[in-house]
Structures are given as structure tokens and as C-alpha cells.
Design a binder for this molecule. Structure first.
Ligand code: PEP
Ligand code: MN
Length: 339
């Protein structure tokens, strides 16, 4: 951390900052220029916030050197991380892992049909919400445990793993019993007790970026999970809120290469929630893979017009088949393999 004192900082103000640095167990390195004094804080600054020094009179600004998300950073873990699932599917590395299925588990018949469609297209991870975090309390909230049991049973019939969202810390053991990957939704990215609970669940976690969260905040949320000893964390760009109204959210395509530079955790793109429109899902999925995403999260419904949630953004079986063909060819061209 570097503390830049303002042009009128007095020797007393500089001393006060230096004393505070020492009292926190760091060394202070003073550099007096012709106009400014700059103080270097030597030591692992991560546990200390910039605001500790910003409060002092005479301080102009504080510049952090180390990213506060230490475990998530590529500096700490340079090699790309790969999450291995029990059925042999891999998230990260050379593979582009497609996780697909309905927004919500609605019925046995709906999930059977959706699972059959995605499995036929080579998908190894079935998605489906059992606990749904809906914007309105009057919207369909999911089937709960019954939905989890259906997911488990139907995914098993096709040798698929299950990814599903968990919305409270209390539900983590139940969801972890039936799902191989726990999803933390955008609305819960900063739910720190949930992050700790999934961190100690023993299951891989897909952490979705909050609707208004910066990439730094996403990485610090991932740090909560990693700090519990869970190394299997993947990050998901699912669109952020901007002034643009022609899509449901705005997919931040920059997030993919930016995150890949900052961290070795796998990065997933969710074009379904980002766009909110089925006809935009395939092009944005392709953009995600072209930008370097390690996985895609795609909503598929056997009859989108009848969906209880997110029908407008759900691909029907034909559209999903076409998209998978494109993703496979694109991945191949990039020296990767999509499944
Ligand atoms: C979902 O994937 O089911 C979901 C609710 O997405 P998000 O948390 O990104 O809105
Ligand atoms: Mn959805």
C-alpha cells in the first residue's frame, strides 16, 4: 500500500501516519519529493483497509498494491484450476462445460423431457432450480426438496451431474446431498453467511456476479468460499444492470478476460439471464466462448411458452441443438472441447 500525502501535509501529520503504520505491525518507507511525501507500507496489507489511513489529516489518497482477494488471485495460484466432477465432467482447463436445463424444476414430465434434450446433445451437467429466488414473492418459488429429488433421479438416469441454486445457509446440507455443484445466485453474491456455508459444504460452487457488483467484489465474495478451504469455485458472468433496456441485463464480456487474468478460477457465462431473450442466447454464448469462458449456463425448456419462470429466455429443443453444434465447432477452432 502506498500513502500519498497532500502538498500541505505537515511534519506532524506525516509522523502520525508513520506511527499508525508501525502500530499495525508494518514498516513505513518514507519518500520525500520536492512537492509531496509518499509513504510506502511494507508488509502484507490485505487485512487492513485503505480507510484506516484515509481518515488521517494530510492524506490525499491511498493506493493498494495487493489484491484483497488473495486466495482467488492468480498470483497465489498461477495455474488454471480445474473442477473435476464425479461423472468425469470437468469445469476449467481445455474443456468448455455446458450446464443446461430448465430455469426451474416444474414437474417430473417437464424435467424428464428437458434432461433428455440436453443429454442427447452431450451435456454432462443438468441445471434446474428447486429453490427459486424470485423478484416477486407471488411468483413460482420452486418445488423445494421435491425438485431436488427429481433432479437427482433424472440426472442419474443420464449419468449427468446436477447444478442447482441454494438460497439459505440452512438449506446447504440438503442441497449438497443431492447436487454436485451448488449455485449461489446473483441476488446472494454478497450473502456472506451463505458464502461461508457453501465454503464448508465440500461441494464445488458456482458463484454468480451480483447485478450491480464489480469484479473486485465478485472476487472478494469468492474469497469467502475459498477461505473456508473449498478450492472448487467457479465464477459466473450473468449480466449486470446498466441503462440499456433492450436486454434484461448487459453481459459484461470484458469480465471474461479480465477475470481470467486476475484469477485462475474457471469462468462461466450465462447468456440466458444476461439477455432475457431466447434469440440472443446463442450469439452471446458464442461470444462468451470466443472470449475464453470455461463454461456456459443455459436455460432450456421443452415448451418455453408454458414455463413457470423465464420462458422468454429459454431455448426450445431445436434451438438448443443448433446452439450446441455451433459451440462445439467454435470450441474446436479454439483448441478446446465443448460438452
Ligand atoms: C438462475 O440461474 O437460476 C438464476 C436465478 O440466475 P441469477 O441468480 O443470475 O439471476
Ligand atoms: Mn432463470
Amino acid at each position: 500500500m502506498i500513502i500519498v500525502m497532500n502538498a500541505h501535509a505537515t511534519p506532524g501529520e506525516i509522523d502520525a501516519v508513520t506511527e499508525r503504520i508501525k502500530s499495525l505491525g508494518f514498516q513505513a518507507h518514507l519518500s520525500k519529493g520536492s512537492e509531496r511525501t509518499v509513504i510506502g507500507v511494507i508488509g502484507d496489507e490485505r487485512p487492513v483497509g485503505a480507510e484506516v489511513f484515509e481518515a488521517f489529516p494530510g492524506v490525499e489518497r491511498v493506493v493498494r498494491i495487493l489484491h484483497p482477494a488473495k486466495l482467488a488471485s492468480r498470483d497465489f495460484h498461477p495455474a488454471d484450476r480445474v473442477i473435476e466432477l464425479p461423472n468425469g465432467a470437468r469445469l476449467g482447463g481445455k474443456d468448455v462445460l455446458v450446464m443446461a436445463g430448465p430455469c426451474a424444476v416444474e414437474s417430473r414430465e417437464q424435467l424428464e423431457r428437458a434432461a433428455e434434450v440436453v443429454a442427447r446433445n452431450g451435456v454432462r451437467v443438468l441445471r434446474g432450480g428447486a429453490f427459486k429466488p424470485r423478484t416477486s414473492p407471488y411468483s413460482f418459488q420452486g418445488l423445494g426438496e421435491k425438485g431436488l429429488l427429481l433432479l437427482r433421479e433424472i440426472a442419474d438416469e443420464h449419468g449427468m451431474a446436477v447444478i442447482t441454486e441454494v438460497i439459505t445457509p440452512e438449506d446447504v446440507p440438503l442441497v449438497a446431498k443431492h447436487a454436485q455443484i451448488l449455485q449461489v445466485g446473483a441476488r446472494n453474491m454478497a450473502n456472506y453467511s451463505l458464502l461461508k456455508a457453501v465454503g464448508s459444504s465440500g461441494r464445488p460452487v458456482l458463484l454468480k456476479r451480483g447485478l450491480g457488483a464489480t469484479l473486485d467484489e465478485l472476487l472478494q465474495a469468492a474469497e469467502y468460499i475459498l477461505a473456508q478451504g473449498n478450492e472448487d469455485v467457479a465464477l459466473c458472468e450473468r449480466g449486470i444492470r446498466t441503462f440499456e433496456r433492450s436486454t434484461r441485463f448487459t453481459l459484461d464480456i470484458n469480465a471474461v478476460p479480465v477475470l481470467k487474468n486476475l484469477t485462475s478460477l474457471p469462468v462461466v457465462v450465462d447468456p440466458s439471464h444476461a439477455t432475457g431473450k431466447a434469440e440472443l442466447v446463442a450469439p452471446i454464448a458464442r461470444a462468451g466462448v470466443a472470449a475464453g469462458a470455461d463454461g456456459l449456463l443455459i436455460e432450456v425448456h421443452p415448451h418455453p411458452q408454458e414455463a413457470l419462470s423465464d420462458g422468454a429466455q429459454s431455448l426450445d429443443p431445436d434451438a438448443f441443438g443448433t446452439m450446441m453444434g455451433e459451440i462445439r465447432r467454435l470450441a474446436e477452432a479454439l483448441g478446446r472441447h465443448a460438452a
